[in-house]
Design a binder for this molecule. Sequence first.
Ligand code: FAD
Length: 519
Amino acid sequence: TLVLLNFIHISNSGCKNSIATSLIPPYEILSSIQTLALDGYLSLKDNEDTAKDFGNIYHFPPLAVLHPKTVSDISITIKHIFELGPATELKVAARGHGHSLQGQSQAPGGLVINMESLQGGETMKVHSGGEFPYVDVSGGDLWINILHDTLKHGLAPKSWTDYLHLTVGGTLSNAGISGQAFKHGPQINNIFQLEVVTGKGEVVTCSQHQNADLFHGVLGGLGQFGIITRARISLEPAPKMVKWIRVLYSEFSMFSKDQDYLISLENTFDYIEGFVIINRSGILDSWRSSFSPMDPLQASQFNLDGKTFYCLEMAKYFNPDEAEVMNQSVDQLLSGLSFIPPTLFLSEVSYVEFLDRVHVSEKKLRAKGLWEVPHPWLNLLIPKSDIHGFAEEVFGKILKDTSNGPILIYPVNQTRWNSKTSLVTPEEDVFYLVAFLSSAVPSPTGANSLEHILTQNKRILDFCKRAKLRVKQYLPHYTAQEEWQVHFGTRWEAFVERKTAYDPLALLAPGQRIFQKAM
Ligand code: FAD
């Protein structure tokens, strides 16, 4: 029903436009694009593939897919569409790895630009000398490839996502948040420079010193102001190994107190996350392939008994010759925490194994046919002062178990985040990312059905509204512009001004459903 309603919404808005302004039909624009001298090519055969995404809930095919070989292919094409003026009806979506959740990288009846066609080539260049090493990458490069390439120079980006098979343009359009973000900020904090093709087809280099408004606008800008064709990413010396630790708490207050304490320290772990376990008796057994309990006997007698637990997950980077100092520092940090002693689980893995950990789960899920199912994910940013009220109502009351996917929860220091980007966060120094990463899997009881999970998500959002929690959605999804206005709050006007400046015909990223018409 959701898909159908949305389709009707989009079709209707298209109809109204065509009555009012006698628009140029998209297929005519497409024919004219076919006459452009491009290094890459336009395909009419990949439409079904680009109508899919990881969310697997919305499926809108485009009219055509551009496989650019050069940045100029993107610039020429967009300039051509832009120069047709307000009569143009063809919207354009850059598609990274298509791992959006609600059709954000789709262009219903429009043009999709397959950014991965730009990947690799000559653009990935590591500059290892100097005080601030960096790598220049294409907007369509996957983070996993950037990791492997930079490691050849003993370097790596500082801030990650939990899953690395995503493109640079895709994560920088949102933020790119993981367990390093409390220390380094999200990925959008760690960019020195971008090259962007605007909605007018102009190729612009920008940084915080040059075309700064576009630079800050594009970072976290949901693809609204331009297509990222190149990014200069800050690097740091890469460790070889990672000490990876999990401990459990039965009290949310103790768990969050320890998380807050750890992110407030100067010398602390390199990665801090956490997750909620509700009614999952066998979960400790499933950890045994990756982790060893500190005290195997006590751990084997520990009973989760269907209750709610909170897992604090930490990692400390090290090189093999620093193992002793690292272990002392870890012991000291752990001694300041109040977890349940028998639940201390430890592991030592390579840096790549640690960063690429979700890919292991992906392979297992794919093998069982459980990767390409609908993913009605809900990601929220919640201020520290509201997190206890949220946890009390949601964990155990609204949500009775976590069998349909993990729930991540961890705090970050907003003071270390750049406030000039387009990303919207709660206005408090510390806020939590809470990610409900559900998979809708058919079952006889319907307990994990798409409808059931969507209803649950709605109950969570309704509660936040009722309780007046100052929550912001991350990877936001709304269907009406009024909701976007509320999301951006006092920053809405600036967002609209940037749209008017850089994409006045509202050609770009229609799948975000923020702007339907020319400005
Ligand atoms: P796409 O889905 O292809 O595109 C996303 C949006 O960005 C679209 O609007 C698209 O038009 C736009 N876009 C794409 N490329 C460009 C470009 N070059 N220039 C401008 N706009 C562009 N996020 C986190 O922050 N932290 C996580 O830990 C995390 N883990 C994840 C784990 C999994 C398994 C999945 C599926 C997603 C995860 N995400 C996480 C969310 C992810 O960062 C976003 O969905 C991201 O947009 C996906 O990147 P993509 O390359 O697939 O982008």
